[in-house]
Write a new protein. Structure first.
Length: 413
């Protein structure tokens, strides 16, 4: 429900429930599941609704970029998405490419030119300290680029340059050849021609992108960022300025300016959401459904919840991924997926695909306060059975841990 705030400079007022439904609809959760066979068209629509897919290497359940599509359209053939994203050794029909958008992400080809300001920004290049390689070892960067030009696509190990010993548990144990490749990747000189078994194969960007994308004009930093904020605003429906800036990880000073400019231009509508502390902004054409009847398990890297402050505001759901937390200190589990039912997050479940025995393991499952546990357990069991089938697993097995484990066990077959 939208009402006019009496004497408010912040425009209309949205109830928290209305804001939540708008956000869910903008992310594709208010649409009915596809009738009949799921095709590339359905997959494309889901990805384009989100604007990007975040990548992550953890494979305890599934590679994370497959899950947001599944959450929105149900079971689909992952090899179709692989062809669209070049995550295969076979034939590709590339419509998405990898770059640093919201972390490492798959983005539509048309979005790639909007990130050239990031490729050209020395401060942005300092991510992970990779910019230092161009200052400290420019000849190495030149050598690696020459190697890609002559032999690409290449894998990291094909640089064969100053490999550092692997240290378990360290994320940044890159050898110098890898750092040089990442510098070239960040600056837009090379790209991911393919990923095979989730390993990048690097090639010159001009051999990857279609000619029309290569020839697309380079917008100024403000122009490109305004378009990125528009994409984020469409994908979020209603959002705060930090929400919008986080979608493509804009520097905060830039994010504030771009949002203010779009408000001034009438492209974002200031609104007040009851209970939200930061000011909010509505995308004018956002759907405003009266109800949402979603049922989905959400990847930790799903755009609906990846900005944890927003998840707390929208769903009163405090969520932290505990992958990097020592096992003894974890509260809910290693790879915990929130469970969305209707327009509310009602539970969280720690899942593992035990491929060796063909089972989807429910390591632990916890209900949100105040939910009807029997109702939630019944729907969660159905969702787990569908997920297991999609992953090619024959059984769902519960470890019996968590306050929802008892009710869930009555519905698991």
């Amino acid at each position: 429900m939208v009402t006019k705030a009496q004497g408010s400079a912040a425009g209309p007022t949205l109830s928290p429930a209305a804001a939540r439904r708008i956000a869910l609809a903008a992310q594709g959760f208010a649409a009915p599941s596809p009738a009949g066979a799921v095709t590339a068209r359905h997959i494309r629509k889901a990805v384009d609704t989100m604007g990007l897919l975040q990548l992550d290497s953890v494979n305890v359940l599934s590679r994370s970029h497959y899950l947001p599509v599944y959450s929105r359209i149900g079971p689909y053939q992952r090899d179709v998405l692989d062809r669209l994203t070049a995550h295969t050794t076979g034939r590709i029909t590339r419509e998405y490419i990898e770059y640093w958008a919201h972390e490492a992400s798959l983005i539509p080809l048309s979005t790639y030119p909007l990130l050239r300001w990031r490729m050209d920004d020395p401060q942005q290049q300092a991510w992970g300290g990779i910019a230092r390689i161009a200052v400290e070892r420019p000849e190495l960067v030149d050598d690696v680029r020459r190697l890609v030009a002559e032999s690409g696509p290449i894998r990291t190990k094909q640089t064969g340059i100053e490999r550092s010993p692997r240290t378990p548990g360290q994320m940044w144990n890159w050898h110098k050849g890898k750092v040089a490749l990442e510098y070239l990747f960040f600056t837009g000189q090379v790209g991911a021609a393919r990923r095979v078994n989730f390993e990048r194969h690097y090639d010159l960007i001009e051999r990857i992108l279609p000619a029309d994308v290569l020839a697309a004009p380079t917008l100024s930093r403000p122009e490109a960022q305004r378009e990125l904020v528009r994409i984020a605003a469409r994908a979020y429906g209603v959002a705060t300025e930090p929400d919008l800036g986080d979608y493509f990880r804009l520097p905060r000073t830039d994010s504030k300016l771009r949002v203010a400019e779009l408000v001034e231009a009438g492209e974002l509508v200031p609104v007040t959401v009851a209970g939200w502390q930061p000011p909010a902004y509505l995308w004018p054409s956002a759907r405003r459904p009266r109800s949402v009847s979603a049922r989905a398990l959400l990847s930790p890297f799903d755009p609906l919840i990846w900005f944890r402050d927003r998840a707390l505001r929208l769903f009163d759901f405090h969520y932290r991924i505990e992958i990097y937390t020592p096992a003894a200190s974890r509260r809910y589990g290693y790879y915990v997926l929130p469970f969305l039912l209707g327009d509310t997050i009602v539970a969280r479940v720690d899942l593992k695909a035990d491929r060796a025995v063909g089972a989807l393991r429910v390591q632990a499952v916890w209900a949100q306060p105040g939910v009807d546990e029997g109702y939630v357990a019944e729907h969660l069991a159905a969702e787990l059975a569908q997920l297991a089938h999609w992953l090619g697993l024959a059984d769902v097995v519960s470890a019996g841990i968590g306050d929802l484990a008892g009710p869930l066990s009555r519905f698991i077959r």
